[in-house]
Structures are given as structure tokens and as C-alpha cells.
Write a protein that binds this ligand. Sequence first.
Ligand code: ATP
Length: 271
Amino acid sequence: MTEETKIPPKHPRAESLRIREKLIKHFKSGVVAQAGLIAHGRGEAFDYLLGEKTTENARRAFKAVAATMLLAKKPVISVNGNVAALAAEDINKLADVFNAKVEVNLFYRSREREIAIKKVLDEAGVKEVLGIDEKMSAQVSELHSERRRVDKRGILVADVVFVPLEDGDRTEALRKMGKTVIAIDLNPLSRTAQLASITIVDNIIRVIPDLIKEGRKLKTEKLKKLQKIVSDFDNRKNLSNAIKLINKRLLELSEKGVYITQVLQKRRDIR
Ligand code: ATP
């Protein structure tokens, strides 16, 4: 019996536990780095604060992302261990909708991890996986050590880089290279969230399926409409709204004690 089957289906946090099991499974197979597990925990904490649902604010951001990806000449989706573990099949669909390349790009790079991630992406149906052929590798001068590597056919020449779950240094380096950087990050305060051109403050698991739908919907729209969606979007305002939402939610909960009361109502044995 796997760990996954041991999760009681009625457990109030069953879905969250299933996702954790998925990450642990992929940690054991070498796809996810140790630090990836910690990063997930940080994300979970912010998801709690956001109410574990996609907000209207996030919807506005992913609409701007869909338009940006459709307008891009050379869009690339950058994949790390957590992204491969949580969303490999969706990444394949996303690449298809936006005609984007898929590149393995790792903070904790090792040959074994690259190969393990490629395998997961291959199995998910991704036709071409960039970022692992050393002959095609180029260096980003803004970064140090192994984190400098990018693919000559991918991120190096991309105009738009979609980095679901990225670290602040690389987001900054990509911006300095003149790329439009799109991030998904549950923490509106992280450097990645703050430095990206567009930040979707949401859980990668919830938002990628919606982004795929939005991409399919906007695909038939005229260029002008897509350009207007992009120019109307303001990432400063988006991030500020996300912080305000957390603030408002915490204020409401702290005033009414709603959440605590609900939990106690379910647990009548607790007085
Ligand atoms: P930065 O370097 O950008 O300041 P950080 O140190 O928090 O931020 P990392 O630890 O590299 O960056 O990445 C973790 C980030 O990914 C966190 O900000 C976390 O909120 C976010 N995150 C983790 N899991 C998810 C998820 N499932 N969906 C969306 N965001 C997530």
C-alpha cells in the first residue's frame, strides 16, 4: 500500500495531503530537490491565507498572461522539479495552446535531476525538452555557477519566459536580459512575485488548467484586443490587491472568529 492510499478521503485536508504525497514520491525519484519540499510548505502557508481558491485578482492576472503568451514571438516555459512533479501534463497542454517551448531550468542542477525531470515530461507527452543538452547550453552573465545555464534554442532567445515557481535571483537576471517574465507565486511578497512582469498569485495546481482554458478562449481574438488586455494590466496594482485581500481576509476572520467557530462546530466533542 502506498502512502497515498492511506489518506482518508474524508480528511478535511485530503487534497493538500495528496499533493504532499506526490511531491514526496517525486522527491524519492530525484525529480524534486530537498529545498523544493520546503518551498512547497511556504506556498501552502500563503494558500491558507488566500483562502485556497482562485481570486478575481488572480483571474485578471492570468488573462493578461494568456494574452502575453499569445502575443509572444518565442515563448518558453521553464520547468523545475516542483513544476514537473505537480503539473507535467498541464505543462504539455499549456505549451501546446501557446506554441511554447519547454525548458528544464534548475536552481539545484544535477545531471540526475535533469534526466529525472525529462522522463516525467516525456511521459506527460512533451515532444521536445530543452535545457539538458550540454552542447546547446549558454550562460547568463548575471548569474553564478550552474544556475547560469540556459538553452540557446530556448530561454536565451525567448522574448517571454513563463517561470511557474522561480527564485528571485533568476527572475531578476531574466528581467535584466530584457525578457518579459511571468511567474506563478502564492507569496505576493517574494522577490520573484515582486520582480516578475506579471505575477499570478495562486496555486500552480489550480491555475494552470484555468490558464489553458483562457488561452483557448483568447486564441481567436484580434491582435488589438490582446494588446489592450496586456496594456491595461498593472502588476504593481495586482500585487497590492493580493496583499490587501490577505489583509482583508485576516481582518474578517479575526473579528468574527468564523474559521475557528466552523472548526469547532464540526468537532462537537471539543468545548
Ligand atoms: P524569492 O527568492 O522569490 O524571494 P523564495 O525564497 O520564497 O522567494 P523559493 O523558496 O525559491 O523562493 O520558492 C518558493 C516560492 O514558490 C514561494 O514564494 C512559494 O510561495 C511559492 N510556491 C510554492 N509552492 C507553490 C505552488 N504550489 N503554487 C504557487 N506558488 C508556490
